[in-house]
Design a binder for this molecule. Structure first.
Ligand SMILES: [Zn+2]
Ligand SMILES: [Zn+2]
Length: 241
């Protein structure tokens, strides 16, 4: 586990044939109220729990898992994690929460061909992602968790119910797969994705004061250049039509 700043730590994803998302551990340790942001790929829960234990984090302090979105590389090991951690809540944006509750896994797999491949490869039963969601998040909500305040920002485009979490106090943005380091952005060809919406989401994030960028994959950025997201939106704009 890598400490980013007080109350923010990273468990790096361990990519397989398919990427495994990073998990962020959010909340001041003495609050006793910790959140995991994202879970990761199938079979990638065990080492994450080992890392939490190695960092002397009492598993009962993990009160919830918030998913930035429900792609397989973020939700795949959710069930494993919850079994190992014990009772912790699941918070997801309303749109993808409703899909999970209906057993609609089109967002999870992104495309039919991929679903068949993954179900065979990882022996995933059909109802693996029919889940009840404890809290359905909405754009603009402020979450008071772990002694911090995080704003929920709905950022569709990579997936229909994707969210970013933003703390103005910590100047920190957790954007899921919407924007990465090196001016990269998430793909916009999967089920529920949309290029122009992704562009709007980047523009929506552009005015935020962000020093620390904690994306779903690849590099974490601790000293983000001012105007970085606006610049990313400008660079990608011509492709997001
Ligand atoms: Zn994704
Ligand atoms: Zn991802």
């Amino acid at each position: 586990m890598i400490q980013i700043t007080e109350g923010l730590a990273l468990i790096p994803g361990r990519d397989d044939m398919i990427p495994d998302s990073h998990v962020y551990v959010v909340g001041y340790p003495d609050s006793g109220d910790l959140t995991l942001v994202d879970a990761g790929l199938m079979g990638k829960g065990g080492y994450k729990v080992e890392m939490l234990k190695a960092a002397s984090i009492p598993l009962e302090n993990i009160k919830r898992i918030i998913l930035t979105h429900t792609h397989l590389d973020h939700i795949g090991c959710l069930n494993e994690l919850r079994e190992m951690i014990g009772s912790c809540e699941l918070w997801v944006h309303q749109i993808e929460a409703d899909a999970l509750e209906k057993g609609d896994d089109r967002t999870v797999y992104g495309m039919d061909m991929f679903k068949q491949m993954c179900q065979m490869q990882y022996r995933i039963p059909d109802d693996a992602f029919t889940l009840s969601v404890d809290r359905k998040l909405q754009d603009g909500e402020a979450l008071s968790i772990g002694g911090m305040t995080w704003e929920v920002i709905h950022v569709p485009g990579h997936s229909a119910g994707g969210i970013a979490l933003y703390s103005s106090d910590l100047q920190t943005l957790i954007p899921g797969d919407v924007v990465y380091a090196d001016y990269a952005i998430g793909r916009f060809d999967l089920f529920g994705a949309d290029g122009p919406e992704l562009k709007n989401s980047l523009l929506k994030l552009s005015p935020l004061d962000v020093k620390i960028l904690l994306p779903g994959h690849n590099q974490v950025v601790k000293n983000l250049a001012p105007g970085y997201i606006a610049q990313t939106a400008r660079q990608w704009g011509p492709y997001l039509t």
